[in-house]
Write a protein that binds this ligand. Sequence first.
Ligand code: IPE
Ligand code: IPE
Ligand code: MG
Length: 246
Amino acid sequence: MASQAKPDLTAAAPVHGARHVAIIMDGNGRWAKKRLLPRVAGHRAGVEAVRKVARAAQDLGLECLTLYAFSSENWKRPASEVSDLMGLLRHFIQSDIEEFHANGVRLRIIGNYRALDPSLVELIDGAMARTAANTGPVIAIALNYGAQDEMVRAAQRIAERVAKGELATQDIGIDAIDAELDTADLPPLDLLIRTSGEQRLSNFMLWQAAYAELYFTDMLWPDFDGRALAGALDAFRMRDRRFGGL
Ligand code: IPE
Ligand code: IPE
Ligand code: MG
């Protein structure tokens, strides 16, 4: 909820024109390595960047900010790192959910989070329920998320509906697939940012990125902040989006 003193930047369409920005938050390990610190220190600094960027997203009038926090492929990392990441996530939700709620933010999770530790699933479900009725921006966290896995789960649900006779094969179109993805009720993706200099999607929002603008920066995720997000939105504003037309 916007306070009285602060202008409600979400009231009018923001000048950059973006509704939904997604970020592949990469480079925590390299940030730590540069400082001769353990990788977990980079992940901790990464959480601080999440806080800054989530606040900035609200001030910049975004309807939705989606953050890639843990991929379905990140299970390949050493068990100790996976456990550090899950611990940080748990702590982040516990400590920040009230601030999100006070600001009218809706917390969402995309990805197969139900496969995580049951106590974490319970915490996430509680946090989502707590903020579900809010009307402010959505902060969506991609957890145990892989776009290919998301599409497989969507295909399975569509097949079940066809088997039950609820849907005819010829009625499976773009809208039917959109409706079964984890992002079904989120605005269309406008801008996809990746930090750390890597120029790949790493199985993130492959369907949703069909016409998103891509923005790559060499900044490592822990160094990214509100100014960096505003800079990416400035670049977005200068892009000529044609969607296949003229
Ligand atoms: C991003 O930072 C965080 C996650 C993938 C969870 P990395 O841990 O991938 O950092 P680098 O790429 O090794 O620097
Ligand atoms: C992508 O980063 C996943 C997240 C940021 C959560 P990775 O560091 O896992 O990607 P790759 O392995 O370099 O492609
Ligand atoms: Mg990485």
